[in-house]
Design a protein around this ligand. Structure first.
Ligand SMILES: [Zn+2]
Length: 561
């Protein structure tokens, strides 16, 4: 079965759980609304009792309804989808002149289906029995799990107390409660281990575990019927690194277990794995991909693509895309709940603008990474259209974001340039404190165009080794020297950052034009040095003649050219 087909199976169940989640969160908002607007303390006490009682009854009813829906879904998955999987092998049987036992007559399979169906339904009952939210404790910041009705009570009491005491207004209290809920998401909590999981994630896992069991059984039976012990594992784009290495190839059953980890949570057919394996007859079956193609696809996926200064492999990009989808889902829930709470003013408008922006960024990211958009993952919350932020608010958000992005990109670039720049340098220190930091040197060079040119040159020439020497013996009156790719700057003598930069420009010029050992060469290098010193792009005839004169005095023994 393909990755897309597999990913599609649990969607109806995720949808049902999303609906349940939304109903419960909206009910808490309503409870706060009713209590938050009544100002008397005594009123609140009574209201609260009534409210909590009503909510408890409602929640039980909603869970019951959700279970009825999921039971039906489970039935259809373990008949229709499995049926399809089973007869997916019809052609192989025909081609090899073998007979496939009809689905309904396959007693072994029917028995397995029966037990998996029952087991999966039971699992959903367990999930809904242990619902709650995970909240961050205000004092310690630690996350703890709160059972559903306890969460109702605490959230309601906390919000109402804040409003009654006058410490925050209604809008702030409701905003906080909504944020805590949508951040956590409705969870299923294991009170033995303290572990909790978003309910739709747990639902997906439960259904996939069952489906995988049946799928494996069918695959193995087909292999037996066809008289082979070999299987071809599917390939899908953006597989996690551990699965990437073994996907797309052919293995014996023992190798499926040994190499691909079939049967373990982290391996083939394990949690969140969208790989599958199907029987393979050596000499008859044809592989979907050759080894060379697999290696090439893997290499391509692992070349990082850049977006806003950050790099992503195909796998990392997919993870980021999922994260963006979750963020959009949260914003959509926030909007619906804020509206439920009667808040139709600024916070709803700005959330809507935020949602629009998240969507645009999602599109831009997906495009840059060449990934298909998967908005159905966002829309299956059943909340319908929630966008339509006012265009002025959206424009403002966009503008702020654009500035932030540009700044981020710039910072990343500056960081990368500095680290590359300083890579070319080494400091040799004989007891004297070094005062010329690479950071200050780079800043100084960046001030003039010849300085910036020099930096560019240094960045582009990894073979350069620039030694900044303190207290190192050298010829008198020599501030720097260039010996092939090695450049030495005598910092005890250059003393200031400015002078060090000038000498560096001088020595780099020697390297750049590969010139030296003549008065002419020294004049050229000296001229660049002076350009930086005077911050000029061009020197006058008088200045150039002055330079030649100085060079003649400094290097009387050198020939002119
Ligand atoms: Zn996998």
């Amino acid at each position: 079965m393909t990755q897309g087909g597999l990913e599609g199976i649990p969607i109806p169940l995720e949808k049902t759980m999303s609906n349940l989640e939304m109903r419960i969160m909206a009910d808490i908002v309503r409870a706060i609304k009713v209590n938050g607007f009544s100002t008397a303390k005594a009123d609140h006490q009574i209201q609260r009792m009534v409210q909590l009682g009503e909510s408890e009854i409602n929640v039980k009813k909603w869970i019951q309804e959700a279970l009825e829906v999921t039971d039906k879904e489970i039935e259809s998955i373990f008949s229709d989808d499995v049926y399809e999987q089973y007869y997916g092998y019809k052609r192989v049987y025909e081609e090899t002149d073998r007979r496939q036992i009809p689905f309904t007559e396959n007693l072994e399979l029917q028995a397995l289906l029966e037990s998996v169906r029952a087991q999966t339904k039971a699992e959903f009952r367990n999930l809904t029995n242990s619902l709650g939210f995970a909240i961050r404790a205000p004092g310690t910041g630690r996350i703890y799990n709160s059972p559903l009705m306890q969460f109702y009570r605490d959230t309601l009491d906390g919000a109402v107390l804040d409003i009654l005491s006058g410490s925050v207004n209604y809008n702030v209290a409701i905003g906080r409660a909504i944020n805590a809920m949508t951040n956590s998401g409705l969870r299923t909590i294991s009170y033995d281990t303290g572990h909790s999981n978003r309910v739709e994630v747990a639902a997906r896992r439960a259904i996939m575990t069952g489906f995988r069991q049946v799928q494996g059984k069918i695959n193995e039976q087909v292999a037996r019927d066809l008289g082979t012990d070999f299987y071809e594992v599917t390939y899908h784009m953006g597989a996690r690194p551990e699965h990437q290495v073994w996907q797309g190839r052919v293995y014996s059953y023992a190798q499926l277990q040994g190499i691909c980890g079939l049967g373990s949570v982290t391996g083939l057919h394990g949690a969140n794995c969208y790989h599958d394996y199907s029987p393979f007859i050596p000499g008859v079956s044809v592989r979907a991909y050759t080894d060379e193609q697999l290696v090439q696809m893997m290499e391509e996926e692992n070349i990082p693509k850049k977006y806003l200064g950050k790099e992503y492999t195909a796998y990392q990009a997919l993870q980021q895309q999922r994260q963006m989808e979750r963020n959009m889902r949260k914003t959509r829930q926030d909007i619906k709940l804020l509206q439920e709470g009667g808040d139709n003013d600024r916070s709803v408008v700005s959330k809507k603008a935020r949602y629009q922006l998240q969507m645009q960024q999602y599109k831009a990211f997906s495009k840059a990474m060449k990934l298909p958009e998967q908005m159905q993952r966002v829309y299956h919350d059943g909340l319908g259209k929630v966008g339509n932020g006012s265009s002025a608010a959206l424009k403002k958000q966009e503008k702020i974001q654009a500035v932030k992005n540009a700044e981020k990109e710039r910072n990343e670039n500056v960081k990368a340039r500095f680290s590359k720049f300083s890579d070319r340098f080494q400091t040799y220190n004989n007891g004297q404190k070094d005062i010329i930091t690479y950071r200050r040197l780079l800043n100084n060079l960046n001030k003039t165009s010849i300085g910036r040119e020099t930096v560019e040159y240094i960045l582009e020439h990894p073979e350069l080794e620039i030694q900044v020497c303190y207290g190192v013996d050298h010829q008198k009156n020599t501030l720097g020297e260039q010996l092939g790719d090695l450049i030495r700057i005598y910092a005890s003598d250059t003393k200031t950052v400015q002078r060090t930069a000038e000498v560096l420009i001088h020595e780099i010029t020697h390297h750049k034009y590969n010139i030296g050992e003549s008065q002419w060469a020294e004049s050229v290098c000296k001229a660049q040095e002076i350009k930086h010193k005077t911050n000029k792009e061009k020197l006058t005839g008088i200045e150039l003649r002055g330079i030649i004169k100085i060079v003649e005095e400094l290097y009387p023994t050198l020939p002119w050219r």
